[in-house]
Design a protein around this ligand. Structure first.
Ligand code: DHB
Length: 314
């Protein structure tokens, strides 16, 4: 099921997308759609602070181990109708995490998905790849990916996207997951989630830069751009080869128009910004889109679609 977003830029689920005030700011911005923080069955306060280093040295990116702080899906069911007043698509990002209800992950995804569809979400983004929980992400286990998709797709009629981890050094796993996706009418794959299990150290204090999980967290921002481009391109080529109507949404390392153009060339038809939004706030969307349009015009293109997936081998 195709789903179009204009301009083809949204926030990446996570940074400053938890509360109504934050989501409303996104709704008022020039983003083509609003993506919520990944919501879970129970509300979560998340990991102990400091859990986010917004800027690593030399601005190479951001590092977080937030631990899915969010209001819980019941609260987002109230927020979504209010966000819809801004007349742009609202994308509900859904995750699972252990909670006192002891509900299996599949049941959590199913119940939240149904509730979000009922609340008026335009699209669901199944976050299968949170890097900061004790449990191994579902994206790492092909059979679990299949089960979650089966459970959700059976229940909901609205388009569904899937947010995946980087599979950069596990090509066999990439192939297995991509093959499973072909069995479902999903709208898009968003790739990549933050690069997991990364660490940074402050040499002045000689400490790790974040506290949870012994300092290990997910890396986003410019440092991950080449990883994201590789994942976008791999999925794009795989879906082309299999004639699948699944779009690729590029996430990772976009700070300026040229970075976005690289994502489009690699095969992304929509891009999401995480670290850039964290650094520059809602004004980032208009600035990035203006830069992209300027590039298109200067290079003889009339729209983004003409660029998608057209990178050439050397
Ligand atoms: C968190 C981080 C992520 O990269 C993600 O996809 C979901 C959640 C977090 O720790 O809150």
């Amino acid at each position: 099921m195709r789903f179009s977003v204009h301009p083809p830029i949204t926030n990446a689920s996570g940074p400053n997308s938890v509360t109504y005030a934050e989501l409303e700011r996104l709704a008022r911005s020039d983003a083509g759609a609003v993506v919520t923080k990944s919501m879970t069955h129970c509300p979560r306060t998340g990991n102990p602070e400091p859990r986010l280093r917004e800027r690593l040295h030399n601005n190479i990116g951001s590092l977080n181990s937030m631990g899915l702080p969010n209001l819980g899906y019941h609260e987002y069911a109230q927020i979504i109708p209010k966000l819809k007043e801004y007349k742009k698509p609202v994308i509900a990002s859904i995750a699972s995490a252990r909670c006192s209800h002891n509900l299996a992950p599949i049941e959590q995804y199913r119940e939240i998905a149904l509730t979000m569809a009922h609340a008026g979400a335009d699209l669901l983004e199944l976050n299968l790849s949170c890097p900061n929980l004790e449990e191994v992400p579902i994206s790492m286990d092909p059979q679990s990916v299949r089960q979650v998709l089966k459970a959700v797709m059976k229940e909901v009629k609205i388009p569904v996207g899937v947010k995946l981890s980087p599979y950069n050094n596990t090509p066999k796993l990439f192939e297995e997951i991509a093959q499973i996706l072909l069995d479902f009418e999903i709208a898009y794959v968003a790739t990549i989630n933050s690069e997991p299990l990364t660490l940074d150290i402050d040499v002045k204090t000689k400490t790790k830069v974040i506290r949870p999980n012994e300092g290990y967290g997910g890396l986003g921002g410019p440092a991950v751009l080449p990883i994201a481009l590789a994942e976008v391109h791999r999925f794009y080529k795989f879906f082309q080869k299999h004639n699948a109507q699944i779009s690729v949404w590029g996430v990772g390392g976009i700070l300026k128009a040229e970075d976005a153009i690289k994502h489009f060339l690699a095969g992304a038809s929509v891009i999401q910004i995480g670290t850039l939004y964290l650094w520059e706030g809602p004004a980032a969307f208009a600035k990035l889109w203006a830069g992209i349009q300027e590039w298109l015009h200067a290079n003889g293109y009339t729209c983004v679609e003409e660029l998608v997936g057209t990178v050439r081998d050397l």
